[in-house]
Design a protein around this ligand. Structure first.
Ligand code: M6R
Length: 620
């Protein structure tokens, strides 16, 4: 969702900013723009649509050479995705250019205030008001070294909502300023040059040294003075410096036509990296980074798992494993609903927030609600240094590496594995499982990367099947027990990538309504549990396959190696390696990712950046 780039240094700023925007494309956007500052003048270019449209305009506009610039990819919220709503927004006197990520909730009264001074707005955005306020505030301040930063602080104090703002002023040839509240922004520190980015991908081609910006802080980047961080009142703040642990190559496609395919292929390594260093020699769990004391973990009497989208599906799977291993009750809730329901939380509640990006606003707000109610918060997150882990009591990083495709794949698998680690660790600390029981599960976990690799070796028939399903109007997904969240995830992948109507059902619910939609030829994907799963869940799912087939469904069955019970009722069988029941989703999800990707590709769609979607949803 909205990408922001800023640059001050010796290089051609337009090139650096465009490269940064290209690397942030994965966040999702529907217009893009840049502003550069040269010879006391701001020059801007902005265009609806993809970056290629902007580049075409730039080729005609011939912007002056400059060494300071800002850029933006916009995901429309206030005002449609048009040229004039694209960022940057420039003040009426042409002296200030601003880019923004987030939503300024009080922009209506602020806009009325600005309009009352005679300023005419040129866009429908909430952002434009900031450009006008900044220029007026700057004008009213005495000349001084941090005049633009002071203007930004004064304006930020008046804003409500979520925002990352980056601004340049035509009278400040060596400075850009930025402000952040509830929206992400990181500072890249190079050799005599500085970068701003919504995330480190914006500048990873130039430097791996970064500074974290905290909540309600302003950073001034000056060509000679460097980066100065203050709070909104102007008090100096020492930013936390860190080194980004992945490089530019990790964010490139590496020969794959889509980032999503590359990320699917990376899953064996990603799962191995999530486990790395966390499984001890004697089969015990080593989670040193979970900064909750053993006593705090023993005191937990209830767990909530809170997340959005695919991460929510990982949370649903966490419930099966954590309850089974620890006997602690687990509730799973979509983050956008959590705080409105007034959940019962206290010191002995553990809230697990799962987020690949660590910036999802709904999840962040749920986290803050949980902390306000004194619950302990543990984040499961992929993006290092992002807001959610920073604001949590403890964090377990998934170490999946950068996930660029909007559709989460390795992010999901590694979240599921991290949930297993949390569940087992709790069982270990609380002493509810014998050491040899834990060691046996640890052995099963160690086998997961290979199992995923084996699934990936057999994907050609799945791709072929995907091509044959490209014209389907609707595809249903059924599962029982841990197969149910997998069915939900399979349906979500298909919806977001192929724009095909898809729904995931608990197979047992079929007869209570959904079976009515099955018609001649309706594709139904069934995730079949292992025959070794307790209470004959397997047999019940095999019956469900027969029921849908009897009503004309084309049955696509995901079953473990050697399960021949499904053969008489399956139009297509996708095989996965034998895996213990609770861990099976790590292998059964993979063919569903490949299937959705292939269907979308066959339909000629943009697999990495599906329409209307953003990689990280930084507004509520
Ligand atoms: O970054 P997060 O894990 O917090 O993101 C949550 C969802 O927005 C995300 O999983 C979304 O559903 C993906 N597009 C699914 O592929």
């Amino acid at each position: 969702m909205c990408g922001i780039v800023g640059y001050v240094g010796p290089q051609d700023s337009l090139g650096v900013v465009l490269e940064g925007l290209r690397r942030l494309e994965y966040r999702g956007y529907d217009s893009a723009g840049v502003a550069v500052l040269a010879d006391g003048q701001l020059s801007t270019a902005k265009k609806a649509g993809k970056l290629a449209n902007l580049e075409k305009q730039l080729a005609e506009a011939d912007l002056p050479a400059a060494t300071i610039g800002i850029g933006h990819t916009r995901w429309a919220t206030h005002g449609g995705p048009t040229d004039r709503n694209a960022h940057p927004h420039v003040s009426a006197d042409g002296r200030v250019a601003v880019v923004h990520n987030g939503i300024i909730e009080n922009f209506v009264p602020l806009r009325a205030e600005v309009e009352a001074t005679g300023v005419e707005f040129t866009s429908e955005t909430d952002t434009e008001v900031v450009a006008h306020l900044l220029t007026a505030t700057y004008r009213a301040l005495p000349a001084g070294p941090d005049r633009l930063a002071e203007a930004m602080r004064a304006v930020s104090r008046r804003l409500e909502g979520a925002f990352t703002l980056v601004a340049t002023h035509a009278d400040e040839p060596d400075t850009i300023v930025a402000s952040r509240r509830n929206s992400p922004l990181v500072v890249g520190v190079g050799d005599g040059e500085y970068f701003l980015g919504s995330d480190v991908a914006a500048f990873i081609g130039h430097t791996r040294n970064a500074l974290e910006l905290g909540q309600d802080q302003v950073v001034e980047i000056d060509r000679t003075r460097g980066a100065t961080v203050t709070d909104f009142s102007g008090n100096r703040v020492e930013p936390t410096a860190y080194t980004v642990d992945w490089d530019a190559a990790a964010a490139e496609k590496g020969g794959y036509p889509w980032f999503m395919l590359k990320e699917i292929a990376e899953q064996p390594r990603a799962v191995a990296d999530t486990l790395l260093g966390r499984l001890g020699e004697s089969g015990e769990l080593v989670l040193d980074e979970v900064r909750l004391s053993d006593q705090e973990l023993r005191d937990i009497d209830k767990i909530f798992v809170v997340a959005c989208g695919t991460a929510f599906h990982a949370g649903l799977l966490a419930k099966y494993a954590i309850e089974h291993w620890t006997r602690i009750p687990v509730e799973v809730e979509v983050a956008s609903e959590f705080r409105y329901r007034d959940p019962v939380l206290d010191r002995s509640t553990l809230v697990v927030v799962i987020s690949q990006s660590g910036e999802t606003m709904d999840s962040l707000m749920a986290l803050r609600h949980a902390r306000d109610q004194k619950a302990r918060v543990l984040a499961i997150c992929n993006a290092n240094g992002s807001t959610i882990p920073r604001e949590s009591d403890a964090v377990l990083y998934t170490h999946a590496g950068p996930e660029v495709a909007v559709a989460s794949t390795k992010g999901f698998l590694t979240q599921v594995v991290a949930c297993y680690l949390v569940g087992l660790f709790l069982a270990q600390v609380r002493g509810v499982k014998y050491a040899d029981e834990i060691a046996a599960i640890v052995d099963d976990l160690r086998a997961l990367p290979d199992a995923v690799a084996r699934v990936l070796e057999q994907m050609e028939p799945v791709r072929e099947l995907g091509r044959s399903l490209a014209d389907a109007n609707t595809i249903l997904f059924l599962g029982r027990h841990v197969g149910f969240p997998v069915a939900l995830e399979g349906a979500l992948k298909l919806k977001e990538l192929a724009y095909i109507h898809a729904e995931g059902f608990a197979a047992g619910e079929l007869k209570h309504g959904p079976i009515a939609v099955i018609d001649q030829g309706t594709p139904v994907v069934v995730i079949v549990p292992s025959p070794r799963t307790r209470e004959s869940v397997h047999g019940k799912v095999v019956s469900n396959i027969q029921e849908v087939r009897a009503r004309g469904a084309r049955t696509i069955v995901i079953a473990e190696d050697g399960d021949d019970d499904v053969l008489p009722f399956a139009d297509h069988v996708i095989r996965v390696p034998r895996t213990p029941t609770l861990l099976a989703p790590v292998v059964t999800t993979v063919p569903l990712q490949v299937l959705a990707c292939e269907i979308a590709d066959t339909r000629g769609l943009d697999v990495d950046q599906p329409r209307n979607l953003a990689k990280s949803v930084t507004v509520e």
